[in-house]
Design a protein around this ligand. Structure first.
Ligand code: HEC
Length: 116
């Protein structure tokens, strides 16, 4: 009889974990709305910016960068602090330039958009 409860408990725990992860991702790095789109802001940093690059940057922040400690929100830091920590973490996460570059553009655009 006892056996029946194990999968149920496992399912409940998995659901709980999935829920937390979804919430974290949803609240991280919400662009500040100031009338300029994030893409326009990004183009001011790098004229070659595209929505696809920004989407990739966001994906990397909320998956690769969240592996050890959950997704950190760049907007909780000053631009100087964030850039310093991010560069350190790019090394720690053993990222390739193909991953680091969209992450840099995406988070720099978020910070600039927020006036940081
Ligand atoms: C291999 C595990 C690991 C990965 C992957 C990782 N981090 Fe970290 N991160 C840590 C640890 C451990 C700390 C705390 C110790 C420190 O600051 O070095 C930390 C600290 C930080 C901090 C400073 C924390 C604070 O609240 O002051 C930031 C910001 C950060 N990480 C961002 C990132 C970003 C962005 C990425 C993706 C490029 C990333 N991390 C990937 C392990 C990781």
């Amino acid at each position: 009889m006892k056996r029946i409860f194990i999968p149920a408990a496992f399912a409940a725990v998995s659901l709980f974990i999935a829920n937390c992860a979804a919430k974290k991702t949803a609240t991280v790095a919400k662009p500040v709305s100031n009338g300029t789109s994030l893409l326009e802001t990004a183009k001011g940093i790098d004229p070659n910016a595209t929505q696809a690059i920004l989407d990739m940057g966001k994906q990397i922040l909320t998956t690769n960068c969240a592996r050890c400690h959950g997704a950190k929100d760049p907007l909780k830091f000053s631009a100087e602090e964030w850039n310093k920590d991010m560069e350190r973490m790019i090394v720690k996460a053993k990222m390739t330039e193909d991953q680091a570059s969209p992450l840099r553009l995406y988070t720099k655009a978020l910070l600039k958009q927020a006036g940081k």
